[in-house]
Design a protein around this ligand. Sequence first.
Ligand code: SF4
Length: 358
Amino acid sequence: MGAGTETGSSRNSLTAAGEGMRPVRNDGRSRVPADDTKEQIGLIDVDSHNFPNIPLMKISAWHKAQGDSVEWYDPMIASVTYAKRDFYYDKVYMSKIFSFTPDYEHCVISKELQRGGSGYCIETVNGKEIFHPERDLQLPPEIEHIYPDYSIYPELTKETAYGFMSRGCPRGCGFCHVEAKEGKRSYKVADLSEFWRGQRNIVLLDPNPIACPEWQDILQQLIDSGSWVDFTQGVDIRLMTEEKALMIKGIKTKNIHFAWDRYEDKDSIIPKLRMFKEVTGYDFRKLTVYVLCNFNTTIEQDLERIYTLRDLGYNPFVMLYNKEDIPKNHKLRQLQRWVNNRIVFNSCKRFEDFDCRK
Ligand code: SF4
């Protein structure tokens, strides 16, 4: 991993090297805090910067509140300083959310290093992903519940707030890590105001908000916000009632995602999808249903779900379990290409007629 130490385990031996020698940058960018009680913090978003990393935004907010200096980790300044037998960073935080992201490839030089995130907890064994909760570091409450420092992702967070109002899910689906990570029940963790201050858009990351006993309170806060809400993890159609559908209708949404992952849920899902459409009056442009394939269904069952959803007036969207292990021209990849390209899917009604070479 480099010169850094995980959660400060060998911090003392490394601290001695730089004691009393505060490096000062002369490149005009932020400098090491002049006050010795303050720290220079480095952040590494291992997954790149395409989606804001919430733990890093909270860590940044907390350190800034302590008067520390926070910036993206710069390997150059860290190694130049280290060559002068000193440390530029007092502490570096690395966060990785996705298991498929390769780990950070550079050496990390810091007095202290802390790595965290689901990406470090998931391992693929015989084609199945296993989540190791013992590797999952939780943020302390004073950091977990702080208003995120959106300024570290200025473009991605323009007029947009990101966060969780509830965590956990009672379902325990075999292809999902929520149970191992957050528990087999849904529980409220925050009011909207914890991460939203009037932004026009809200990106809600709750795994199953309408399974939460306080679902009414959560939905009401979203209605009252008047902001556009993106339920990124979808809404559990099996738990839909007319009351919930009416409240969801009161929330500004561009699209609602459901999931029909388990073929055997057919009899409970179809009437709920019908009811939701009747209550909200939404048309297919606003209604997407994820269809998980390559987990435990046959291609016939996949096609049945896809055709049924189209007949019900919903947009199916194929998700492939363990996609990295599916060969390039496999039928399932073709199925995904056909369904997920709206223009192709609407012009070619049957998968059998789909020519993937076009
Ligand atoms: S319902 Fe969704 S969040 Fe809950 S366990 Fe299944 S896939 Fe995960």
